[in-house]
Design a protein around this ligand. Structure first.
Ligand code: NAD
Length: 315
């Protein structure tokens, strides 16, 4: 397959590119490197340094003529979306529309979209499945939900098939440890730096932590199945922040008590998914055990830190 990954220099996108290349697909990447990194780009992929909102995107897509576009590029921070809703909508909505116009003009068969559990808002029941009401509580959740509607419209009106994957809390190597979200990356970096992480609230709040490797496999499965459908992509289990903290302490060899700070406004108590539909219709389930996934993440962060130190020493 000819595959294009928008946001392929980012955390999830770069793992997806790696998987697609390993499976023998022809891959191109579109990324403006706003949060993605040049060092995440595999040399086997054709890289286009471009903003999905630019005119240029039409030429890039008509040159590459991908069969499937995996649309990972986004303004992906809830905090940025609440601080600047216009920026969030500009990238996430207008960027998507620009991409879909270009895709339909070039005969792209399908767009696999990175949606989010944030489209649900406060859970009304657990585990949440695809039929759970979507009542997002942040501009980011709103733009992800609107994106699903635009995808439906372009499928009906212009014949570009789609699948929307509503990810849980994705973790793994290459996640940015300096953002507001991504507790695994933040704790890992701090523990390896000899710092003491802060747990918000009482740490008993739970989330569905899914490995980036599993998320990449879900995307690949969705290239060939699940047209016109949305899927919850998680493990089906909720894990508390306290459990994540203690597993990461074990994996990093640190023996510390976390600091605590009050609950942040809008923080949910519990959230996890029922992923039966993904199993039945995509043939996908999360297979990475949490402890293994966290250990692999710590190992990758260690290697990253060592590589950065080497560059500094040589420089
Ligand atoms: P990320 O920030 O690492 O990746 C996003 C990539 O998109 C970056 O490489 C960035 O440079 C690129 N990008 C941003 N704006 C762009 C633009 N206008 N034009 C071209 N490229 C642009 O984030 P991530 O965690 O890898 O997220 C990937 C996708 O998954 C996003 O759509 C995000 O909303 C979604 N998602 C992530 C999670 C999670 O837990 N990480 C959960 C749910 C959904």
């Amino acid at each position: 397959m000819r595959a294009m990954v928008t946001g392929g220099a980012g955390f999830i996108g770069s793992h997806l590119v790696e998987l697609l290349i390993a499976e023998g697909h022809d891959v191109s990447i579109v990324d403006d490197l706003s949060t993605g990194k040049r060092t995440n780009i595999l040399p086997e992929a054709h890289f286009y340094f471009a903003d999905i909102r630019s005119e240029e995107i039409k030429d890039v897509i008509s040159t590459e003529r991908p069969d499937v576009i995996f649309h990972q590029a986004a303004q992906s921070s809830v905090k940025v979306s609440t601080d600047d809703p216009r920026r969030d909508a500009d990238i996430n909505i207008l960027g998507l529309i620009r991409l879909l116009d270009a895709a339909s003009a070039s005969g792209v068969r399908k767009v696999v979209f990175a949606s989010s559990g944030a489209t649900y808002g406060n859970p009304q029941y657990l585990p949440m499945d695809e039929d759970h009401p979507q009542l997002p509580e942040s501009p980011y959740g709103i733009t992800k939900l609107m994106s699903e509607h635009y995808l439906k419209y372009y499928a009906l009106d212009r014949g570009v098939a789609f699948t929307a994957l509503r990810y849980g809390n994705v973790y793994g190597p290459r996640q940015d440890p300096h953002g507001e979200a991504g507790v695994v990356a933040i704790f890992t970096q701090q523990l390896l730096d000899g710092k003491t992480p802060t747990v918000h609230w009482d740490g008993k709040q739970t989330r569905d932590y899914v490995s980036v490797k599993d998320v990449a496999r879900a995307n690949l499965a969705a290239a060939f199945r699940g047209d016109g459908r949305a899927f919850c992509i998680g493990t089906g289990k909720g894990t508390s922040v306290n459990t994540i903290f203690s597993l990461l302490c074990k994996a990093t060899g640190r023996d510390v008590e976390p600091m605590h700070s009050p609950r942040r406004p809008g923080d949910l108590r519990h959230a996890h998914f029922d992923c039966t539909r993904a199993r039945k219709e995509l043939g996908w389930t999360a297979t990475m055990p949490l402890q293994q996934g966290l250990t692999d993440t710590v190992q990758a962060f260690r290697e990253q830190i060592a590589a950065e130190r080497k560059v500094l020493t040589v420089g």
